[in-house]
Design a protein around this ligand. Structure first.
Ligand code: ATP
Ligand code: MG
Length: 264
């Protein structure tokens, strides 16, 4: 047996990584398609444990990619640290090896906020715009998280009528999204990458303020290599690439962002 393929039994791993065992032992508060939310001893802090699963088409297409949780949790932590440094309020507290983030517990708003710099995906499917068209100023869209209704698009009036957020909060969310876009776009540009679009989720902290929550990584962004437009995100999976190619894409993005090989 090659040493690299040797794995300790899970229980022994947990005993060795005492921290991981205590961190991940908390009660499961919820489990989604790609993450598990666990409580911690602090009622205002939760642990987001990333899973090795990958899904598309509202969960109709799903697979397991070993090591994806490590890659995506670290990329998320990397982006959240950058946003915090630049003054964006986020839920991020600290990264917990090997695939978790300790975060402020938020009351999540049931919405996804999409920000687009270049036309792709749903925009091209639903509107008369050609893929690759630059969008200046960037387009911000809101969607209700409701799988059964296929996530309908929302405007400011819908937020108010559905009791999701006030007009002031919607304004604040849009400002947060555009600030996040500027920071991420400039950062990615410095790495010879183009931020085509991304999705964030937000929630209210115990202080009532709006924070950027959830995750920011190749599952929630479209990133192209500058010059070649090579896709470096989950679109390779949506477009039907082999699992090996999909995992290699996540790894390439990690290498370009963190400048090292992921520990998987
Ligand atoms: N700081 C936070 N506090 C509490 N919940 C959070 C926080 N950040 C993210 N979440 C929630 O954790 C869950 C993460 O799970 P995951 O992303 O796997 O869900 P999902 O499959 O996308 O489904 P859904 O998001 O519809 O629940 C999401 O419901 C997300 O809104
Ligand atoms: Mg999710």
């Amino acid at each position: 047996m090659r040493l690299s393929s040797f794995r300790l039994p899970r229980i022994t791993q947990n005993m060795l990584w005492g921290r991981k065992m205590s961190e991940s032992a908390g009660k499961v508060l919820s489990e989604g398609k790609t993450k598990i939310v666990r409580e911690t001893k602090d009622r205002n802090i939760v642990l987001l444990e990333f899973k090795d699963s990958i899904t598309a088409l509202d969960g109709e297409k799903k697979d397991v990619l070993k090591g994806k949780s490590v890659v995506n949790s670290q990329i998320s932590a990397h982006f959240f640290k950058l946003l915090a440094k630049k003054g964006v309020p986020t839920h991020f507290v600290e990264f917990v090896e090997p695939n978790m983030m300790k975060v402020k517990k938020l009351k999540m708003l049931p919405v996804e906020i999409v920000c687009r710099n270049i036309a792709a995906g749903h925009l091209v499917k639903n509107f008369p715009v050609k893929e690759g068209t630059p969008l200046n100023p960037p387009v911000v869209e809101f969607y209700l998280k409701d799988d059964a209704r296929h996530d309908p698009m929302l405007n400011e009036d819908h937020f108010v009528i559905l009791g999701i957020a006030s007009r002031d909060e919607v304004k604040k969310i849009k400002e947060l999204t555009l600030k996040t876009n500027k920071i991420l776009s400039e950062y990615l540009k410095s790495k010879n990458l183009v931020l085509v679009d991304f999705k964030i989720e937000v929630g209210r902290g115990e202080d009532g303020k709006i924070y950027v929550g959830d995750e920011i990584n190749g599952d929630s962004m479209r990133i192209w290599e500058a010059g070649t437009n090579k896709i470096l995100d989950k679109d390779v999976y949506r477009k039907g690439a082999s699992m090996e190619d999909v995992m290699n894409t996540y790894i390439q993005l990690y290498q370009k962002l963190l400048g090292k090989t992921p520990p998987i």
